[in-house]
Design a protein around this ligand. Structure first.
Ligand SMILES: Nc1ncnc2c1ncn2[C@@H]1O[C@H](COP(=O)(O)OP(=O)(O)OP(=O)(O)O)[C@@H](O)[C@H]1O
Length: 646
């Protein structure tokens, strides 16, 4: 039995057409609502599994207002609207729908959109549940320990990082006087959490008790809300204490959430981050879902011990020389302990045992391939092959034959039958690196492998079932590739079921010492140099750099520095010079575009500019100065479709 769907649409004819299409596709339609109020009534009465909703409806409320309520109720939804105004699309996108279908649409588009949406929803349900349970369990375990309250709070702060990254968390009883419970969990430059009482925080920031008391009277009604960038600056104007704290520690965004205890007391959680744009609605939803865990944190840890919170002063410590040691704490060979990386480990643990496709996103050199290897190693497929394909390195005319194989005589030069990478990976995993470089024709075939689990060799007229898990990686923004017609939307949705975003090295600088130490240890074993460590000064140089080449750059730099070192320690670090403007450099991993690709991009750009018009005055043919018949045949040959131009 297919899902029960509610249609929220004020145009009766459109709603009725939709109903007929859905029923034909086997779905049950539990009602049609022309307004948000009616939709809420129907949701209560009929309990739909999904909602299809238009944006502009009868009454004052829009589909976007309803979408926010649907998220709170945990009901997935898809927009169906004729509206393509950018600002409205942005607002709709922020509600995180499972899809957006632009009217008018074909019946086939609706069915495909729903099919993909259902699939993604099933997957996200599967992966979200254990995450919520984990935080509750973790806090339960920490609360049960015999450690001191400060120690427990530090452990909680670390555990929380996988859900909400922050540099400071303030837990504060509403309407608290200066003596009452409030605590600051502050991450210092060495990535260690410190527990500060209010008095200690005042001390560190140099704010007097008198000032604080007078500032406290200023309105603090932050509610459940996030404040990035400009909003954060405005928030600071409302609370001078927040301003003093944030200016001292350089916080630039906040996420506020109120927790009501059974006793009726309300505690305010304020997460602060040094990032400009660190918080979003998704994290507010996560806080809401994890409210019982925070309740427990306050009741079972914060309020358990009435003794004064020990004052710990922050101090900027210059790192001591780091000596190379041969034992490294690692997560299956992935070095690093930053909360951002730990969040990645958490995701790997969740997804590795599953069959789901994984999409790893991150800048070049952040370790995407290493993550793929670890997922394979921790999966039930570990005893089978992990086949790696670098899509960017394949010659464009051989990509399909490389991936799917070919029969003898399939094309000129195909003198032998060839088994493709997918067949080689049968039973195991295929890692498709730089997936954003895959041409559209190969994308269609890849989609087929994902949907039907079968491949077709070039020149073969039969299909073959394959059982392959797909891990893909990209350093491109695939959403942008989709928007520009270079990447198929349906393939993107299929691949993006379980995204893992790898932070750049500059986002997790606290990992630099441990990584540098790891590479140092690895390389000194290979040389006969007597280098035993990195000086504190040299380490500061490493910490101050921005690392455009990420871990790969650090790895090469340490190798070079060992060779250059003259004493026991690496004292001098010579950072690579960035190419000066105007110098053309082919970076590692960069693929030179073929003439055909450049031509395709150029034509697409002009077509967009002419809004798809080919012939006549102001048409693309005129702009490109070629006959429209030539342009037409190029469009066909290059596989440019009308929908890419819109
Ligand atoms: N966390 C880590 N611990 C230790 N070494 C790492 C880690 N991450 C990456 N490396 C090393 O850094 C180098 C670059 O990593 P990798 O090739 O996985 O990056 P990538 O993101 O796939 O790069 P590209 O996008 O250029 O393909 C490799 O030598 C890898 O072994």
């Amino acid at each position: 039995m297919k899902e029960n769907i509610l249609i929220v649409e004020d145009e009766f004819i459109v709603a009725n057409d939709l109903r007929i299409m859905l029923q034909k596709a086997g779905y049950k339609v539990c009602g049609i609502a022309p307004s948000v109020a009616k939709a809420i009534d129907l949701i209560k009465a009929k309990n739909p599994d999904w909602v299809l909703l238009d944006i502009f409806l009868q009454g004052t409320k829009t589909g976007i207002d309803l979408a926010n309520q649907l998220s709170e109720m945990g009901i997935p939804f898809i927009y169906i609207s004729a509206n393509t105004n950018q600002a409205i699309l942005e607002a709709a996108k922020a509600t995180e729908p499972y899809g957006f279908l632009v009217k008018p649409f074909r019946e086939k588009d609706l069915v495909v959109m729903l099919d993909i949406a259902l699939y993604r929803h099933q997957q996200s349900r599967k992966f979200n549940q254990p995450k919520e349970a984990t935080l509750r369990e973790q806090i339960e375990q920490i609360a049960a320990k015999t450690d001191s309250k400060d120690e427990k709070l530090k452990q909680v702060a670390t555990a929380l990082q996988s859900i909400i990254p922050f540099n400071c968390l303030n837990i504060n009883k509403n309407e608290a006087s200066i003596e009452s419970e409030q605590v600051y969990l502050i991450k210092n430059t060495l990535n260690i959490f410190q527990v500060l009482s209010l008095n200690a925080a005042l001390d560190v920031t140099g704010v007097s008790h008198r000032n604080y008391r007078s500032w406290r009277s200023s309105p603090q009604d932050t509610g459940n809300q996030f404040y990035n960038n400009f909003e954060f600056r405005r928030l600071k104007m409302d609370s001078l204490w927040l301003k003093a704290l944030s200016d001292h520690y350089k916080y630039q965004s906040a996420l506020c959430y109120d927790i009501r205890l059974e006793s009726g007391y309300v505690y305010k959680l304020t997460f602060l981050s040094t990032g400009l744009d660190s918080y979003n609605k998704l994290q507010l939803d996560l806080l809401q879902k994890n409210a019982p865990a925070f309740n427990q944190l306050i009741s079972d840890i914060l309020l358990k011990n009435d003794a004064e919170v020990k004052q710990v002063r922050t101090a900027r410590v210059s790192p001591a020389p780091v000596a190379a040691v041969s034992t490294h704490q690692s997560f299956n060979g992935i070095i690093g302990e930053s909360p951002l990386l730990k969040a990645v480990f958490n995701k790997i643990n969740i997804v590795a045992p599953d069959e789901t496709s994984v999409l790893i996103m991150g800048e070049s050199g952040t370790g995407k391939e290493r993550i793929a290897q670890t997922i394979h190693k921790l999966s039930p497929r570990k005893n089978k092959l992990l086949v790696t394909v670098n899509c960017a390195a394949l010659p464009i005319n051989l990509i399909e034959s490389e991936l799917f194989g070919h029969e003898k005589g399939a094309f000129t030069g195909a003198t032998e039958k060839r088994t493709g990478k997918f067949e080689q990976a049968d039973g195991g995993t295929i890692f498709l690196d730089e997936i954003g470089e895959l041409p559209l024709e190969a994308q269609v075939k890849l989609l087929r492998v994902l949907q039907e689990k079968e491949i077709e060799r070039l020149g073969g007229n039969y299909t073959k079932k394959v059982n392959v898990r797909i891990i893909a990686a990209t350093n491109r923004n695939l959403e942008k590739e989709v928007a520009e017609g270079r990447f198929r939307l349906d393939l993107y949705y299929r691949l993006n079921v379980f995204p893992i975003e790898l932070p750049s090295l500059r986002q997790r600088k606290e990992d630099i010492p441990i990584l540098a130490n790891y590479f140092l240890d690895r390389f000194i074993k290979k040389t006969n140099k007597n280098v035993t460590g990195i000086s504190g000064e040299a380490m500061l140089t490493l910490m101050d750099y921005d690392w455009p080449g990420n871990i790969r750059e650090l790895e090469h730099l340490i190798e070079r520095s060992i060779l250059m070192a003259t004493g026991d320690f690496i004292e001098n670090i010579e950072m690579a010079k960035l190419p000066s403007a105007g110098t053309f450099q082919v970076q590692e991993g960069y693929r030179v575009r073929t003439m055909e690709e450049m031509e395709r991009e150029h034509i697409l750009e002009i077509l967009k500019l002419c809004k798809g018009k080919i012939y006549g005055e102001g048409g693309a043919a005129e702009m490109l100065n070629i006959p429209s018949t030539t342009l037409n045949s190029k469009i066909k040959k290059l596989g440019i479709k009308y929908e890419y131009v819109k």
